[in-house]
Design a protein around this ligand. Structure first.
Ligand code: MG
Length: 232
């Protein structure tokens, strides 16, 4: 559980916590499927979405481990999709189209916007996100309140390591200017957010999480988090 009086700063994860990255990814692939339909060899949209996602995850893991660079991630995820499904399609063109369409589909997770404002009315807040600088800043430009209300914005590419690396949590703690145990992190990833946050000595609220863990509040409904912070 969370002790509201012991919380002095609240960091939010961005993708799939405040903003619906996964829906934007799927919608962007749907747009690509519609645009290049005759090049997709009759593969259904869901096969394309699942294949893309399955290929993207290990690439991000290699990127996080410093084994490949950001350009490799951006290039290889579409080269792999094309080769896995034997698509007669220019992977670079597909990647460019995807990024354009991905940016067109960003939206808030339902209820997250109101909760973010309610929490920011009572606590200093910040953003701590894994991702590419340009892309994450594009999201902040699209939803300016995210930056306007945040006292600290930490993007992994700027720091040089990704969550759950201890150095990015140490950097974020310094930015917050409070003790680690006074920080509450709101995020959806078990590995990056929950394990990373706990290892840094932060309290954690795990969006769409399951299971009880010490120092972690799992919640599906933003009202639960607001209640836990006495903001109902
Ligand atoms: Mg996330």
């Amino acid at each position: 559980m969370i002790d509201p009086s012991g919380v002095a700063f609240i960091f939010f994860d961005l993708d799939d916590t405040l903003l619906d990255h996964r829906a934007a990814e799927r919608a962007a692939l749907a747009d690509c499927h519609a645009t290049f339909n005759h090049h997709f060899n009759g593969h259904s949209l869901s096969v394309i979405q699942d294949t893309y996602h399955a290929g993207n995850v290990p690439l991000w893991r290699k990127y996080a481990a410093g084994e490949i660079g950001r350009e490799d991630v951006q290039r290889l995820r579409f080269e792999r999709l094309c080769s896995t499904l034997s698509l007669d399609l220019d992977a670079t063109l597909l990647g460019t189209t995807y990024l354009e369409r991905y940016g067109a589909h960003w939206q808030w997770i339902p209820e997250a916007e109101a909760a973010f404002h309610a929490i920011a009315d009572h606590y200093p807040v910040g953003l701590l996100t894994n991702g590419f600088v340009e892309q994450q800043q594009g999201k902040l430009a699209r939803f300016p309140v995210l930056r306007e209300r945040s006292e600290a914005v930490v993007i992994s590419e700027e720091v040089g390591v990704m969550k759950p690396h201890p150095a990015i949590f140490a950097h974020a703690t310094e930015q917050a200017g409070v003790e680690p145990h006074e920080i509450l992190y709101v995020g959806d990833s078990l590995h990056s957010d929950v394990e990373g946050g706990r290892a840094a000595g932060w309290q954690v609220a795990w969006f769409r999480g399951d299971g009880d863990r010490d120092g972690v509040l799992a919640f599906d409904d933003w009202t639960t988090l607001r209640d836990a912070l006495d903001l109902a």
